[in-house]
Design a protein around this ligand. Structure first.
Ligand SMILES: Cc1cc2nc3c(=O)[nH]c(=O)nc-3n(C[C@H](O)[C@H](O)[C@H](O)COP(=O)(O)O)c2cc1C
Length: 198
């Protein structure tokens, strides 16, 4: 089957994060984001893509700060309330009954009940005609000890970090399961066989 090129978002699972920000007047905002990725292991930068008409973008531009919160399965309803296009003067924490978690290094609060909180500062904005790429630097990274081991690895089958598969009329929320294969990073390095001394 051939799909239209703009259905490329249907062909892979996407992350679902909640980005929390505040306006320069201090109004709290939260919005779900799937165009989000850490940039190249092991840097401390993240990338997100935003349409121009977003309070999140406006707040990041005004304050230079944002928090990337990782919601769990079970938080879908709050995620979809935050996805509504409320006017900028509406406190979206209140609308979605989200509890604020004070941040360590930035002014916008995180969201209680999430699995992890990446506090970020704006490093660079790459403007396109209709959208913007935001590069942020993670200045404080905190996780819920209930779902992470001492090495900072997530027990993802228990934690159920939220993802989504997109379709024609909407999205289905997902979470990851183990495929049965673990690989160490050292498997990626090519070691030519020692020359045959024969
Ligand atoms: C699962 C999901 C993922 C989304 N991902 C993005 C995204 O990557 N970029 C974007 O600009 N909008 C995205 N949106 C739409 C925004 O969340 C939505 O427009 C929201 O109202 C923006 O809020 P704000 O104006 O308070 O920033 C997504 C919505 C959902 C439900």
């Amino acid at each position: 089957m051939i799909l239209r090129p703009n259905q490329r978002e249907n062909i892979l699972p996407l992350p679902v994060v909640l980005i929390s920000t505040i306006s320069k007047e201090g109004i709290r905002n939260a919005a779900p984001w799937s165009n989000f990725t850490p940039l190249l292991r092991p840097l401390d930068e993240v990338l997100l893509a935003s349409w121009l008409k977003r309070d999140t973008l406006e707040n990041i531009r005004q304050t230079g700060e944002f928090v990337v919160n990782i919601p769990r399965a079970g938080m879908e309803d709050a995620v979809m309330i935050c996805a509504r296009n409320y006017p900028p003067e509406v406190d979206e924490f209140q609308e979605a009954s989200l509890r604020a978690k004070p941040s360590a290094k930035v002014r916008p609060p995180g969201i209680e009940g999430c699995l992890a909180w990446a506090e970020c500062t704006l490093l660079e904005e790459i403007a396109r005609e209709k959208f913007v790429l935001i590069i942020g630097k993670v200045v404080h990274l905190e996780v819920d000890d209930m779902f992470f081991n001492a090495q900072g690895e997530m027990d993802y089958e228990r934690a159920k970090p939220l993802g989504a598969m997109l379709g024609k009329e909407g999205m289905s929320f997902t979470y990851p399961v183990f495929s049965g294969r673990h690989a160490e990073y050292k498997e990626m390095f090519y070691h030519p066989a020692a020359p045959n001394s024969g």
